[in-house]
Write a protein that binds this ligand. Structure first.
Ligand SMILES: Cc1cc2nc3c(=O)[nH]c(=O)nc-3n(C[C@H](O)[C@H](O)[C@H](O)COP(=O)(O)O)c2cc1C
Length: 324
């Protein structure tokens, strides 16, 4: 067993957390991760207050293990946050605040509801801001990650954040898909890892089967940092671009971002339709560089077991054997 402070803080057996991915997490996935002894987190950006309430109920039907709810601070909605606070999950996971937002207020309200508070940061300054505001745990998200990311890579960012916010526990995220990544993150000072892309390539993930196969087929070299997905959905994301596969959709509009701005409503509808039909050429496929480490669809339980077993083997056998 690998046991860290995050296991005690969140009441879990393994120091592995599912990233709360908006539009790509639902009750079956969250519950499967928690039932596997890791920590499931529900993304909320594609939900409203009523559907969030339903999803939380559905998680409770599937597991009595702890889980978390994720809110994107720059677009947080009071009615949805109220649903989360009423549900009193073990953890409220925040990310992507506007510079002028008062984190302390949101964190305090989560604490008052009896929840732990996690905040994801792609820069040291953002991690310090969240630590000052009372976060219980930080996520250091490197630019290798899928979805919205900053520009710093995990290898330097994680130890920098660990040092900056010590003694608070930190999770490494971005580019981690197996036990080698977990062992490396622990070596860099993390108390665990947060995985997104790896959990997308599971039967439980609520994305089209074609998108899961795209992750399996990817060699990890085909992603790009782009503002095209946000232009198409008419969103201004604070301090981030999107890491997505450089597919036909991205190539069609690269260098012609001005043209998306002219036709965003129409293009946004086409992307949404492509997402539903599983059209991998015309949808936005958000996944991380660690897709290159993923070569099969595995159940959530298998993912968790394999990550833990591989990391244990590295810590117990491979690394100690190097010492003289
Ligand atoms: C499709 C997708 C959607 C995501 N949505 C969110 C989100 O709504 N909130 C959030 O905090 N992080 C979100 N993330 C980021 C993940 O929480 C996590 O930081 C990232 O996936 C870790 O890197 P990895 O993909 O290399 O494992 C998303 C990631 C992906 C791939």
């Amino acid at each position: 067993m690998i046991h860290t402070r995050i296991c005690d803080l969140l009441g879990i057996a393994h120091p592995i957390v599912l990233g709360g991915m908006g539009g790509a997490t639902n009750a079956p996935l969250v519950a499967a991760v928690s039932n596997a002894g890791a920590f499931g987190t529900l993304g909320t950006s594609a939900l409203n207050a009523a559907t969030l309430d339903n999803e939380i109920g559905a998680i409770h039907e599937r597991t009595d293990k702890p889980f978390g709810i994720n809110h994107l601070l720059f677009q947080i909605q009071e009615d949805m946050f109220a649903v989360t606070l009423r549900a009193r999950p073990a953890l409220v996971a925040f990310a992507w605040a506007r510079k002028q937002q008062n984190l302390r207020d949101y964190f305090q309200r989560a604490h008052d509801a009896g929840c732990k508070v996690m905040h994801m940061a792609g820069e040291v300054a953002e991690a310090l801001r969240a630590a000052d505001a009372g976060a219980d745990v930080l996520v250091a998200q490197g630019t290798e990650a899928g979805g919205h990311v900053g520009w710093m890579a995990s290898l330097p960012l994680l130890p920098m954040i660990v040092k900056a916010v010590a003694p608070l526990p930190v999770l490494g995220a971005g580019g981690i898909a197996d036990g080698r990544g977990l062992a490396a993150a622990l070596a860099l000072g993390a108390d665990g890892v947060l995985l997104g892309t790896r959990f997308l390539a599971t039967p439980e993930a609520p994305i089209h089967a074609n998108f899961k196969q795209a992750i399996v087929k990817s060699d990890g070299h085909d992603t790009v940092l782009t503002e095209i997905p946000d232009l198409a959905s008419q969103r201004v994301w604070p301090g981030a671009m999107s890491r997505a596969q450089r597919n036909l959709f991205i190539e069609r509009w690269s260098g012609r971002e001005w043209a998306i701005r002219q036709n965003a409503a129409e293009i946004g509808k086409q992307v949404a339709a492509a997402r539903v039909s599983g059209d991998i050429d015309n949808a936005t496929l958000s996944f991380g560089q660690d897709a290159g480490l993923i070569d099969s669809i595995k159940t959530v339980n298998q993912v968790v077991q394999d990550v833990v077993a591989e990391a244990e083997e590295i810590l117990r056998v491979r690394l100690p054997a190097l010492l003289r």
